[in-house]
Design a binder for this molecule. Structure first.
Ligand SMILES: [Zn+2]
Length: 298
């Protein structure tokens, strides 16, 4: 039995999987807004879960943030009250269970690598293209965290082959750098690019729908997105050459992207007729909590 926690900005979800990945139990509670309440709510959730499914010894947890390898404290979490706290220690103490924590994009990649769209692949890169552009790296079903706990965070590299005349200039990323990949190929970034160019207020899905219906400006934005994604994933491929790249988040629902981006990637990859496995996530929004559960195997 595997127990995963997905710690989000608005809800905390617990999911219990069988050793073969079958979902046995799920429950959600609202995320509190301070640290003490957070610890108590999680402790209660775990106690309630144990009552339902029986005893377990370990928990995996995913959150949008990371455990600092230097301090052991949470950093970069969007539930800001978590930052600067030793969540692993505190949860272990109150639940009396072994706790493993990973970034939610890493959990996503792990879920898809173990029994999702990249099942059977050795080196798997998972990219969540939604509000932001998260990335996680899994090798032989183990999350690669990295020396600075940023392995896979390719979204804050500059867009490869960036050309202001083609790609436009949207200013500074929240991370303080300019022309980050995230500013172009996340759902939010794609919409912002299009809206800035066309003085519109559309979301990414509306733009894609217009493009599919042949609207000229939207089609131009879609074609540019395809090329920007191809450049971004080709950069990754030239360094890592993964067996599979799995997409999640809102943009992963645009089915035409898979063949279009794959075709365009060939222009930028340092190989003749490269073999590219670019696929849609199997478990969608459930992949974060499923990956957290797989994390508890350790
Ligand atoms: Zn950035």
């Amino acid at each position: 039995m595997l127990v995963g926690l997905d710690i989000g900005g608005t809800k905390i979800e617990v999911k219990v999987l069988s050793d073969t990945g079958i979902e046995l139990f799920v429950r959600r509670v609202a995320t509190p807004n301070n640290y003490d309440d957070f610890i108590n709510v999680v402790a209660q959730l775990i106690a309630d879960t144990e009552k339902e499914v029986g005893a377990f010894a370990s928990i995996g947890a995913g959150l949008p943030g990371a455990v600092s390898p230097v301090t052991g404290f949470i950093q970069n979490a969007n539930s800001v009250f978590l930052n600067g706290n030793d969540v692993v220690r505190d949860l272990q103490k109150i639940t009396n269970k072994s706790v493993s924590i990973a970034n939610d994009a890493n959990c996503f990649a792990l879920s898809e690598a173990v029994d999702g769209a990249a099942k059977g692949s050795s080196v798997v890169f998972g990219a969540i293209l939604g509000t932001g552009c998260g990335g996680g790296l899994v090798v032989n079903k183990n999350v690669l965290t990295g020396k600075n706990a940023i392995a896979g965070e390719w979204g804050h590299n500059p867009l490869p082959y960036y050309d202001p005349a083609i790609d436009g200039d949207i200013g500074t990323c929240y991370c303080g750098r300019k022309n980050c990949i995230e500013q172009f190929i996340s759902g939010t970034g794609f919409a912002a690019q299009h809206n800035q160019k066309n003085q519109t207020k559309l979301n990414s899905k509306e733009i894609v729908d217009l493009a599919m219906n042949g609207q000229i400006e939207a089609k131009a934005s879609y074609d540019l997105l395809v090329d920007q994604m191809a450049r971004s994933f080709a950069l990754l491929t030239n360094i890592l050459d993964p067996d599979a790249i799995v997409l999640g988040g809102g943009m992963s629902n645009v089915d035409s992207l898979y063949s279009d981006v794959k075709r365009a990637m060939s222009n930028y990859i340092f190989a003749e007729k490269p073999s590219i496995h670019l696929v849609k996530a199997k478990f969608g929004d459930s992949s974060g909590v499923r990956g957290a559960a797989w994390l508890s195997r350790r």
